[in-house]
Design a protein around this ligand. Structure first.
Ligand code: ATP
Ligand code: MG
Length: 416
């Protein structure tokens, strides 16, 4: 792990630094904090530079010309400077957590150390003061970054008990950062599964998608299976408890599968019954498109023994899965069963796609109107059946896909 030995102030976007300067000139402390500090120190691309300050939210809104009261109750104001958006959050401590997800009340604080103490993991609890050029790292986050360890801030059982999302974030970070969970932190997860149940399905989906985008998603799902998170998140997945070997294959498949996340999810969950899978995707609030994609990929598996398929079989398979899904289906099948199990299907599918064979009635070289006027037909069920039979004949032999040949075939079938 090549962790930077110190923070490079030049990495901070100029407007973020300017915001800190304004806050400091007004007599407050101001820091960049959390994920951006972690990712910068890891040498990774930073997506959002989040700031924190001892100034109260009302004061932040007065100091800057363009602000949005994004999460004013929790102390977060978005400051717009040079057309860039920065979240500026007042230092805070959390009150009681009676719902296992959100603190009942937020207390605004003056000391950065108290704000860092409410954060989830030590590597997420580092702040940097760009004016003083100083890191604030009271929980040994930098050390844990160097060691590649994810460790809860403070007492893991207490911290996980306050907010059920934390255990899921913990599992996800093992994959997205490639870190190991500190043993004491991992040991506290099973005791927090009750609060995990209260996490909204939207947040579960979000963490799953983040895990699926990691270089090796299996790290997260392995932790989830070991600690019981998986059983809470997806009761439909019985494989880990009932068939450890099948779950091992699922973990290998999710790592072997190329993006997008929907393909990886289908690879991970290829043992789940398609109807249970569809229900789970629905209750976990995946989008309609994500759900349709994952279920279609799942239903396309297993492929069987495609080596024995005729060219017409290949074309009919392609018609069934559709042009756009063919690549992802093959990727998932190869991830699950190995490239050899495709038995050359990939090249044959590529050839069929390149040949521009029609895969639907609408793609035939003749359309319904031309057929009706040539044969004196009306729009009817018979016309629909005729077109469908023409498509079947073209799937058998694509050279038939010319207006003349199709018309001749149509006339022949009408004369029977
Ligand atoms: P990423 O953006 O890569 O998903 P992140 O750590 O930046 O990870 P955010 O949701 O952007 O995650 O949160 C920003 C910071 O807020 C975190 O780094 C952490 O310090 C704190 N934080 C976020 N969620 C929690 C939580 N559930 N409990 C405690 N602290 C949290
Ligand atoms: Mg973030």
């Amino acid at each position: 792990m090549s962790v930077r030995s110190d923070f490079d102030p030049a990495a901070i976007p100029a407007p973020a630094r300017a915001i800190c300067e304004v806050l400091r000139a007004d007599g407050h402390g101001a820091w960049v904090v959390g994920g951006c500090v972690r990712d910068h120190l890891l040498g990774r691309a930073v997506s959002d530079w989040d700031l924190c300050t001892s100034a109260r939210p009302e004061r932040v809104m007065k100091l800057f010309a363009r602000t949005i009261p994004t999460g004013i109750a929790h102390g977060t104001v978005t400051v717009v400077l040079d057309r860039e958006h920065f979240e500026v959050t007042t230092l805070r401590g959390d009150g009681e957590y009676s719902d296992g997800r959100r603190p009942d009340a937020v207390r605004f604080l003056d000391d950065i150390a108290d704000d860092l103490a409410r954060r989830d993991f030590t590597v997420n609890a580092i702040a940097y003061d760009p004016i003083a050029g100083a890191l604030v790292d009271p929980h040994g986050g930098l050390d844990d970054l160097r060691r590649g360890v994810l460790r809860a801030v403070g007492d893991p059982a207490q911290r996980f008990g306050e907010d059920g999302l934390r255990v899921l974030r913990g599992a996800r970070f093992t994959a997205s950062l490639g870190f190991d969970l500190d043993p004491a932190t991992e040991a506290a997860i099973p005791g927090a599964l009750k609060v995990l149940r209260r996490v909204s399905p939207e947040r579960v989906r979000e963490e799953w998608l983040k895990a699926l985008k990691a270089p090796s998603p299996s790290r997260a799902f392995d932790v989830m299976a070991r600690t019981g998170i998986l059983g809470v998140n997806i009761p439909a997945l019985t494989a880990p408890t009932h068939d450890p070997a099948a779950w091992e294959r699922s973990l290998r498949a999710v790592d072997a599968c190329p993006p997008p996340a929907t393909s990886r999810l289908a690879a991970l969950l290829h043992t789940v019954d398609p109807r249970l899978l569809e229900g789970w995707l629905r209750t976990t609030k995946f989008s309609n498109e994500e759900r349709a994609t994952v279920v279609a990929l799942r239903r396309a598996l297993p492929l069987g023994a495609p080596g024995g398929w005729s060219d017409a079989d290949v074309r009919r398979w392609l018609r069934g899965v559709g042009r756009a899904a063919a690549g992802p289906v093959l990727d998932v099948a190869a991830a699950v069963d190995g490239e050899a199990a495709l038995e050359g299907l990939r090249a044959r599918v590529d050839a069929a796609l390149a040949s521009e064979v029609p895969l639907s009635v609408g793609e035939l070289a003749i359309d319904g109107n031309a057929l009706m006027s040539a044969l004196g037909m009306e729009p009817s069920r018979a016309l629909g059946l005729l077109l469908a039979s023409l498509l079947e004949q073209v799937l058998d032999d694509p050279t038939r896909n010319t207006p003349e040949a199709l018309l001749a075939l149509a006339r022949a079938s009408r004369s029977h």
